[in-house]
Design a protein around this ligand. Structure first.
Ligand SMILES: *Cc1c(COP(=O)(O)O)cnc(C)c1O
Length: 403
């Protein structure tokens, strides 16, 4: 019997998401290899001159150059599109390459963007510094207040850009409300879904248009490579994103694509297990600190919305504040023996960081204060270690910091 190949969209679309994450996009060569092949090649050769002429004319299928197509990269793109439930996906060299491409491919001078105030530092830099240099106006709002989206919109608003949950304050955006508003005004929603991954939250189901990823985070999940992805309709990817990407070249290397393909095989398991561990560690820490920012806990102002938008788990990342400011935060970090001091997230190792002095140091004190990134704020990524070891390490460090 003929087996389903991962590139047969009609067949793979019938699979449930966890199956798509393991098998979707697999495109076997004539050798029938089990694991995806790694095509480390920049170019391709042709049997005759007419073949290549036809490919360049778009009249024949086939590869021409790895800035345009590569089989390993194509497997990753198909797999991510399938997990996301998107018509199409293109991958980039990093999450920031993905965000930049997703915005610049569709914006022009005179357009306006409404963006979330709570965001990854470099995403804020795009909004605050890069877009305005090209005559694109931007307005930054409190993304967790539904009415601010409408209030900030103008006739020339082209894009809503936000994360949910957001880095590092875990603000939760009401996806249905914001996407409905955008649809009603012909505005394109660009959702940075890095904190959730498609295993935990699928913004397309709430009416979002474009989903952008740092695949460095949960998708790779093992702290090995930088990667990015943009998902959307076939029309958006082919007509907006592809011309930008092919000509500016923020491409992902086939090797890194292959590494992320391997990561996706375990995405569903990791995302659920790390979410469960983050919930347990959050409950353990909450009585001993001054403020908890965890969408999975009832103390979060949008807990019910978060659980509704992320039914399989609210993710491995949460933040908390210690009352003694930077000195106490640093004392806690320095007393850890198992959990690493590291600013990465989505990794299967537990990592703790102090956003005000690292990921959000560049944006200035005023913007940090506005976002709620205080000197006592710590952000944790909970990994796959035994939860009892994590609790013991945290217990020791909290005590050492006087908490
Ligand atoms: C890490 C991150 C990015 C940037 O991704 P890179 O892969 O580091 O370039 C963008 N948005 C969010 C929410 C992130 O966490």
């Amino acid at each position: 019997m003929k087996k389903t190949t991962g590139m047969d969209r009609a067949a793979t679309a019938q699979w449930r998401p966890a199956t798509r994450a393991v098998r979707g996009g697999t495109w076997r060569s004539e050798h029938g290899e089990t694991s995806e092949a790694l095509f480390l090649t920049s170019g391709y050769t042709y049997d005759d001159a007419q073949t290549v002429a036809d490919r360049f004319a778009g009249e024949a299928e086939g590869m021409t150059y790895s800035r345009l197509q590569n089989p390993t990269v194509a497997m990753l793109e198909e797999r991510i599109a399938l997990i996301e439930g998107a018509e199409a996906c293109r991958v980039q060299a990093s999450g920031m390459a993905a965000m930049t491409a997703a915005l610049l491919c569709q914006l022009s001078m005179g357009d306006h963007v409404v963006a979330a105030r709570a965001a990854f530092g470099s995403c804020r830099w795009l909004v605050d510094h890069l877009l305005p240099r090209f005559g694109i106006e931007t307005t930054v709002i409190d993304s967790a207040v539904d009415g601010e989206w409408d209030a900030a919109s103008r006739p020339n608003t082209k894009v809503f850009f936000f994360e949910t949950p957001a880095n590092p304050t875990l603000d939760v955006v009401n996806l249905r409300h914001v996407c409905d508003l955008a649809r009603a005004h012909g505005i394109v929603t660009v959702v940075d879904n890095a904190f959730a991954s498609p295993a935990l939250q699928r913004p397309l189901e709430f009416g979002a248009d474009v989903i952008a990823y740092s695949a460095t985070k949960l998708m790779d999940g093992q702290g090995r490579v930088l990667a990015g992805a943009v998902c959307g309709s076939r029309e958006f990817i082919d007509e907006k994103l592809l011309p930008f990407q092919r000509n500016t070249g923020p491409n992902l290397s086939p090797f890194n694509a292959w590494v992320v393909l391997k990561g996706l095989e375990t995405l569903d398991l990791r995302a659920r297990a790390q979410s469960a561990a983050a919930l347990e560690l959050g409950k353990f820490i909450e009585p001993r600190i001054s403020r908890m920012l965890h969408p999975g806990l009832p103390s979060h102002p949008r807990h019910e919305l978060a659980v509704q938008q992320m039914p399989n788990g609210t993710g491995p990342i949460f933040a908390f504040e210690v009352p003694g400011g930077r000195a106490q935060a640093f004392a806690l970090l320095d007393a850890l023996e198992l959990i690493d001091i590291s600013n990465n997230i989505g990794d299967c190792r537990s990592l703790l960081c102090h956003p005000a002095s690292t990921t959000h140091a560049n944006m200035g004190a005023e913007a940090r204060a506005e976002m709620g990134v205080t000197e006592g704020l710590l952000r944790i990524n909970v990994g796959l270690e035994d939860i009892e070891d994590l609790k013991e390490d945290m217990d020791r460090a909290l005590s050492a910091a006087g908490l």
